[in-house]
Write a protein that binds this ligand. Structure first.
Ligand code: NAP
Length: 301
């Protein structure tokens, strides 16, 4: 069994920040992830609101965060968590697909995934024009017409990204007002090829059997399009933690201001926890606090 001081589960911005802070404080740190380090950063084209960096892209920021964490001695391992248990104060055993890891403290930073809309035709048309990732699939629809479903920050950020590539973007949102930050709403005005359809729900994704041809609204109206990008929120990656720490009714991990969960020695950071604002900045800040609290916990063992 591998032993470490701090086990970080998830290597997105929150996990990489936690790993960097804990390693810099002198602890042995292992951060595991079942995907490449960077988390959702890897899906972001432009980032203009990370303090101190006027404009960068997600991939570059992820790479820099990983380099920084490993430069302090954190080990980043490619493996998936299967289960975790507490055997006593300062003794956690994590079972992964690459073996067991014993840690004195645990920081959960597994982030969140895209929520599905639940519209007819959505599942069967994934990869044929239904997408949950603009930077991954947007370039396939150069000079085509696309629909974006949703009204939050992701919908607007990605609609703007898509507007630069595609011929037209129609944002369909279920309410008359967007949920997204005002700064993003103002930005829409700068794009002549973005139209909005407010107060409507997409009930069906229409295809010709091979690829998406449009979407049907609840009033029967059909919008023609070559792709439908769905950004209707996130679901936390908390499946392995359901009977380990307390979750809120939406499945996010409940923490206090020190990022501590209801289990002593277990901390959560970033999108996976209940928080009013999910940004790269807030995720990295959570990671720093979680690492500091893990330090305090281990020091008092
Ligand atoms: P979100 O803020 O939860 O927004 C989800 C949107 O989808 C809402 O507009 C919601 O409508 C709509 N929606 C939810 N379920 C739906 C359904 N069944 N049918 C139709 N519409 C539905 O999620 P998000 O935009 O993915 O953002 C997640 C977090 O990441 C947020 O904290 C956000 O601030 C952050 N984020 C930040 C940035 C940035 O700063 N640039 C970029 C991306 C994400 P209602 O408004 O009616 O509820």
């Amino acid at each position: 069994m591998t032993k470490t001081d701090v086990l970080v589960i998830g290597a997105g911005p929150a996990g990489l920040s936690a790993a960097a802070y804990a390693a810099r404080a002198g602890y042995d740190v292992i951060a595991i992830d079942q995907l490449s380090p960077g988390g959702q950063l890897l899906l972001i084209d432009e980032i203009e609101n990370y303090p101190g960096l006027a404009l960068t892209n997600g991939y570059k920021l992820a790479e820099d965060m990983e380099k920084q964490a490993t430069s302090f001695g954190a080990k980043i391992e490619f493996s998936a968590l299967i289960g975790i248990k507490k055997e006593g104060e300062g003794r956690f055993i994590a079972q992964t697909d690459s073996g067991e890891i014993e840690a004195k403290a645990v920081i959960i930073a597994t982030g969140a995934d895209h929520r599905h809309l639940g519209a007819k035709g959505e599942e069967e048309n994934q990869g044929r024009g239904v997408s949950y990732c603009a930077t991954c699939d947007g370039p396939f629809f150069k000079n085509k017409d696309v629909i974006v479903v949703g009204g939050g920050d992701t919908a607007l950020t990605d609609a703007i990204y898509l507007a630069k590539i595609t011929r037209s973007v129609t944002i369909v949102h279920r309410r008359e007002e967007f949920r997204a930050q005002k700064a993003l709403q103002y930005k829409l005005n700068g794009y002549d090829n973005i139209a909005t359809k407010l107060g409507h729900n997409v009930v069906e994704i229409i295809s010709d059997g091979r690829k998406v041809t449009g979407a049907k609204l609840e009033n029967g109206e059909i919008l023609n399009a070559d792709a439908v990008f769905i950004f209707v929120g996130i679901v936390p990656n908390t499946a392995p933690f359901k009977s380990f720490v307390a979750l809120d009714r939406n499945g996010f991990i409940i923490t206090d201001g020190k990022m501590e969960t209801d289990v002593k020695g277990v901390f959560a950071a970033g999108d996976v926890r209940t928080t009013p604002f999910r940004q790269v900045t807030t995720a990295t800040s959570d990671g720093a606090i979680a690492a500091h609290s893990a330090d305090e916990y281990i020091s008092n063992l």
